[in-house]
Design a protein around this ligand. Structure first.
Ligand SMILES: Nc1nc2c(c(=O)[nH]1)N[C@H]1C(S)=C(S)[C@@H](COP(=O)(O)O)O[C@H]1N2
Ligand SMILES: [Mo]
Length: 235
C-alpha cells in the first residue's frame, strides 16, 4: 500500500493525531463536536468509496452455517411489519431511468435469479448467515435503462424506511433485489415482497419491503444516515 492509501485508511478509522487547538466543549459553540463528527463521517464516505473494489467479493458460506432462526430488526417490533399485497404489488421506478414502467413480482421472477449464502452484519453488533436469492441489481438497472453514470440508487419502503447506496456498490455482482429467503418467498417481517441484499454493506443498508427504486445524482440520505450514522457503511 502506498503512503497516501495508508494515510487515508488511518483517517478513516479515526487514527489521525488530535486537531491542535480545537475545544469541542466550548459552550459558545455547542455543536462544534457534532459538526466535526459529521464532517469526519462525510469524508469517511469518500474514503470508503475510494477504497471500494468492485471485484472484491463478500465471503460466502455453506448451507450448514446458516443461522436458524433468522434475526429480525427494524425501527419497530416484528408484529408491526407492513404486509404488502403481492398480487397488486408494483415496484415503482423514478429518476434517471429510461423505462419507468412499474414492475410486478412475476416480471421480477422472470429475470435470471441468483442465490447466495452471505453474512448479514448489523451496526448494533450482531451477525447472522442466511441464504437470499433474487435478481442482480446491476442486471435490473441495465434492463430498465438506468443511467449508470449517476451517483446514487435510492430505495423507499412500505413502512416509510428509506436508504440509498452508491452506484459502484449497486453494480457489485453480489448486490441483489432479493425475493426469496431459504428458497421460499420472503415473509413480511423479513422484507416481503422485495428487499435489497447487499453483503458488502451493514444491515441498515439492506432495505426491506421496497416500494420504489430511483436513480439520481442528488444525495438521497437514509433513515439512519440522516440521524448521524455513516452513509457509505460498507467495504
Ligand atoms: N423497511 C425497512 N428495512 C430495513 C429496516 C427497517 O426498519 N425497515 N431496518 C434495517 C436494519 S437496521 C437491519 S439490521 C435489517 C434487518 O433485517 P432482518 O430483519 O432481515 O434481519 O433491515 C434493515 N432494513
Ligand atoms: Mo441494523
Amino acid at each position: 500500500m502506498n503512503r497516501r492509501a495508508l494515510l487515508l485508511r488511518a483517517a478513516a478509522f479515526g487514527l489521525l493525531p488530535d486537531l491542535a487547538g480545537c475545544n469541542f466543549d466550548d459552550p459558545e459553540h455547542p455543536d462544534l463536536a457534532d459538526r466535526f463528527l459529521h464532517a469526519m463521517s462525510t469524508w469517511n464516505d469518500r474514503v470508503q468509496a475510494a477504497l471500494f473494489d468492485p471485484n472484491t467479493l463478500a465471503p460466502t458460506f455453506r448451507p450448514d452455517q446458516i443461522t436458524r432462526p433468522p434475526r429480525f430488526n427494524a425501527f419497530y417490533p416484528a408484529s408491526q411489519a407492513p404486509v404488502v399485497d403481492e398480487a397488486t404489488y408494483r415496484l415503482a421506478l423514478g429518476g434517471q431511468i429510461q423505462d419507468k414502467t412499474p414492475w410486478s413480482l412475476a416480471q421480477l421472477r422472470a429475470l435470471p435469479q441468483k442465490s447466495q449464502i452471505t453474512r448479514f452484519i448489523c451496526v448494533e453488533g450482531w451477525r447472522v448467515i442466511g441464504q437470499w436469492s433474487g435478481v442482480r441489481l446491476g442486471l435490473f438497472l441495465k434492463h430498465i435503462g438506468a443511467d449508470l453514470r449517476c451517483r446514487y440508487v435510492s430505495f423507499r419502503c412500505a413502512d416509510g424506511y428509506y436508504t440509498s447506496i452508491d452506484m459502484p456498490s449497486a453494480l457489485h455482482p453480489q448486490t441483489i433485489l432479493a425475493l426469496d429467503f431459504l428458497g421460499a418467498p420472503l415473509t413480511p417481517p423479513f422484507g416481503a415482497p422485495v428487499r435489497l441484499r447487499i453483503p458488502t454493506k451493514l444491515g441498515f443498508k439492506n432495505p426491506k419491503s421496497i416500494v420504489q427504486l430511483a436513480v439520481t445524482n442528488i444525495y438521497p440520505g437514509g433513515y439512519w444516515a440522516d440521524q448521524g450514522y455513516n452513509w457509505f457503511s460498507g467495504s
